[in-house]
Design a protein around this ligand. Structure first.
Ligand code: ADP
Ligand code: ZN
Ligand code: ZN
Length: 729
């Protein structure tokens, strides 16, 4: 009897055995349906064997083998096994994470794109179909055959028959959404690479069959994107596929438009979690069939099957959104490096402010270090950064006189200003001046944020919301003080300071409705906005040619944060925000309000000298024994009561020390402590940090420790291990 060993998406590292009924064919990587207890679930076949340790009468059969999904290729299974081992995540969850959405019938319900065209499969299906000529269906098919596709509205006009057939074609993957730009964009001319870019390109992609990691360190606007696209073109010309990973927030229509303009003949697809399930599935299948030549996507795209992979690019490689923080905890940049190595292809990591991990690798010579020190366009320089005092006479609602004057000057010249503050809401806390009461979240150890828009207090950690009180709940005092500043407060202040100016606020609250961000971006581009107020949503990937002033407020908050990467991130964020200024022909200026003008971070920022700051940070990390000089893993636990959480962590730490002693692991295990946010959504949180100077020692320790933790059998405690945590505060 053939036995299939199946990985299921459940929180265990073991495989499950099923017997294979006659007539079903399974190979490693096949996606199947099986029963586990009462549940039917999808699993991935890992191997087919002759016998099982489970008694035959207790074995269940494989119910179904999905025939419309190709088996996961071996390189992806190997990648899953790497992710499972390295990140201590169950193999079944890792494999499940790589599959496209499996639901069959939601094609019709996924949001419609503006235009569609035939996929390569669609072309093949309809190629010899002459019978439909002259009919409405035939006409629809020929409209869909055009490279630029056909507008969805136009298809809808072709009648109910066509519309129904179209629904079926969407579900079966015969048609795909057309990247918006192809429909309504006038392609802009693509510049020829300058010598720096050409040198970088030639060094990064020498041949398409060898693992070759490069760090492309280029200031904002230096033309990194052009290098990525030229590199992609090079491998595509050689018949290969390219994968471009971008941070969540960078996958903008602007980027898709640029790609469409630069590579008009290339089949490009975007892959991200906001797509409907059917669309994701269609694109996944097209990538797996080798039809997609350039796949652009967020972190999850790193797991897409690409049979002819020839290049991986990770844009803004330092960005924290590449780290998935729940379900399967992995870092897409690091997985991408492993995948490039596995497949023997070049990989380019690009950033203006590389992560210290990548920076250190480049310094050690492990990555080729490629630099673009200047902005690419002839008349565009990096913006001048000036530090101005926060507490200055004439400061109105946090906006100092220097910034007020600068904004007024921009308004007079019909140029745009951006005020950046990384905090949404009106004010980060509410205080009673009479008795000292503070508005705290009942479920978290955190203050509630004042939201003026809808007169609410909101918790930014758990989403708890309550009406803004009219009086202090403790003493009845009606004089409640909102403390600190958020985007809403700045918006109000700007409206009062500059009554004629058009102020637009862009943050998660103002862009909640789907598509609203796109509308805002169009308004900014069309010059219908004078002053923008926003959070880091605005920091990245946008190119507004009339934006000549960036004001930064509240940056000091991150300077003395307990999180060890806080300043590294602050520098990256500020450099990126500063990079919004003066991207066109007009010179840009940055005014940063601070109480600490001598801080080394700001001194380096003035010179746009990341190297200087990176070197200082590296020295600090080395002396503190922190990454990239040491390797970390964090056991995080949460429970309803502090007692059960801490007793779990105490036991965990004890077991960990025993493992270290028994196996002579070169790891250090720190005592359990409450998390930086000690309570969230009603759960008490704590952690144990493990540190090692030797990655292999840590990797050897973790599975042994995890096995011990699983034996602790604490049902009331939720725990997880985070390998290479971004923070442990
Ligand atoms: P980055 O990705 O490094 O921020 P981009 O690739 O977005 O930089 O380039 C910034 C701007 O410079 C874009 O408007 C781009 O069209 C332009 N640009 C890039 N390379 C060149 C070049 N070789 N010559 C002229 N303009 C260029
Ligand atoms: Zn009070
Ligand atoms: Zn809360």
């Amino acid at each position: 009897m053939a036995i299939v060993r199946v990985a299921l998406p459940v929180a265990t590292h073991q495989l499950f055995d099923y017997w294979l009924p006659a007539g079903l064919a399974v190979e490693p990587g096949s996606v199947l349906v099986v029963r586990l207890g009462r549940r039917r679930m999808h699993g991935v076949a890992v191997e087919v064997v002759e016998s099982s340790e489970v008694a035959p009468e207790r074995l269940m059969p494989v119910d179904e083998v999905l025939s419309d999904l190709p088996p996961l290729p071996s390189d992806l299974r190997e990648l899953a096994s790497f992710v499972s081992t390295y990140y201590q995540e169950p193999i079944g969850l890792c494999l499940a994470h790589m599959l496209p959405p499996l639901a069959q019938d939601n094609g019709g319900r996924a949001p419609l794109a503006r235009a569609y065209r035939l996929t390569l499969t669609g072309h093949a299906t309809f190629a010899n179909n002459t019978t439909k000529k002259g009919t409405a269906l035939g006409k629809a098919i020929s409209m869909l055959s055009a490279a630029e596709g056909v507008a969805t509205d136009e298809l809808r006009k072709q009648g109910a028959n066509v519309w129904r057939a179209f629904g079926k074609w969407r579900r079966e993957g015969s048609v795909e959404a057309v990247v918006e730009a192809i429909v309504n964009g006038a392609p802009s001319p693509v510049p020829a690479l300058n010598p720096d870019q050409q040198t970088a390109l030639d060094a990064a992609v020498v041949e398409v069959f060898a693992f070759r990691p490069s760090l492309l360190q280029g200031v904002t606007g230096s033309g990194k994107t052009e290098v990525y696209l030229a590199a992609a073109a090079r491998v595509i010309d050689a018949g290969r596929q390219a994968l471009l990973l971008v941070p969540e927030i960078n996958l903008t229509p602007q980027l898709e438009q640029r790609i469409a303009a630069a590579l008009p003949a290339v089949r490009v697809a975007a892959l991200h979690s906001r797509l409907g399930a059917a669309e994701r599935r269609t694109r996944w299948l097209a990538a797996a069939r080798g039809e997609i030549q350039l796949l652009v996507g967020t972190r999850l795209a790193v797991f897409t099957p690409l049979p002819r992979l020839g290049l991986i690019v990770v844009d803004e490689e330092h960005d924290a959104s590449f780290k998935q923080q729940d379900a399967v905890r992995y870092h897409a940049r690091d997985v991408a490096i492993f995948r490039a190595q596995l497949r023997g292809v070049p990989i380019v990591l690009g950033s203006a402010t590389p992560s210290l991990e990548s920076y250190a690798q480049a310094k050690r010579g492990r990555y080729r270090w490629l630099k673009l020190p200047k902005r690419a366009t002839a008349n565009s320089a990096l913006p001048a950064v000036h530090l101005v005092p926060t507490r200055d006479q004439g400061n109105i609602e946090g906006i100092g006189p220097a910034l007020q004057r600068a904004i007024a000057a921009r308004i007079a010249k019909h140029e745009q200003s951006l005020l950046f503050i990384n905090r949404r809401g009106f004010a980060p806390s509410l205080l009673c001046a009479a008795c000292g009461w503070k508005a705290m979240c009942p479920r978290c150890s955190a203050r509630l944020v004042v939201h003026r828009d809808d007169a609410m207090l909101r918790c930014h950690h758990c989403g708890h919301a309550a009406a803004l009180p009219a009086a202090c709940p403790d003493c009845g005092n009606q004089d409640l003080l909102p403390l600190g500043f958020g985007t809403q407060r700045l918006e109000r202040a700007l409206n009062e300071l500059f009554p004629g100016a058009r102020v637009l606020r862009v943050d998660r609250d103002s862009t909640r409705r789907k598509g609203s961000f796109a509308i805002m971006r169009d308004a900014i581009e069309a010059g219908e906005v004078d002053i923008l107020v926003g959070t880091q949503m605005l920091a990245k990937g946008h190119d507004f040619p009339r934006m000549t002033l960036v004001g930064v407020l509240g940056a000091d908050n991150a300077l003395y944060s307990a999180e060890f990467r806080a300043t590294e991130r602050l520098f990256a964020l500020l450099e990126q925000v500063a990079g919004r200024a003066g991207r066109g022909a007009l010179a840009g200026q940055v005014l940063l309000q601070t109480d600490f003008p001598d801080h080394p971070l700001y001194r380096a920022l003035i010179g746009h000298d990341y190297d200087r700051y990176a070197e200082a940070l590296l020295a600090e990390r080395q002396s503190l024994g922190l990454p990239p000089f040491a390797h970390l893993a964090l056991l995080a636990a949460e429970a309803k009561t502090r007692g059960s959480m801490m007793s779990f962590l105490d036991a965990a730490a004890e077991r960990g020390r025993a493992v270290i002693a028994a196996h002579a692991c070169r790891c250090e295990l720190y005592p359990p402590v409450p998390a930086g946010l000690a309570r969230r959504a009603g759960m008490e949180r704590g952690q144990v940090l493990v540190q090692s100077n030797d990655r292999r020692s840590l990797q050897a320790f973790l599975p042994l420790w995890r096995a011990e933790l699983e034996q602790l059998g604490q049902r009331r405690v939720r725990w997880s291990i985070d390998v290479d945590p971004l923070s442990f505060a």
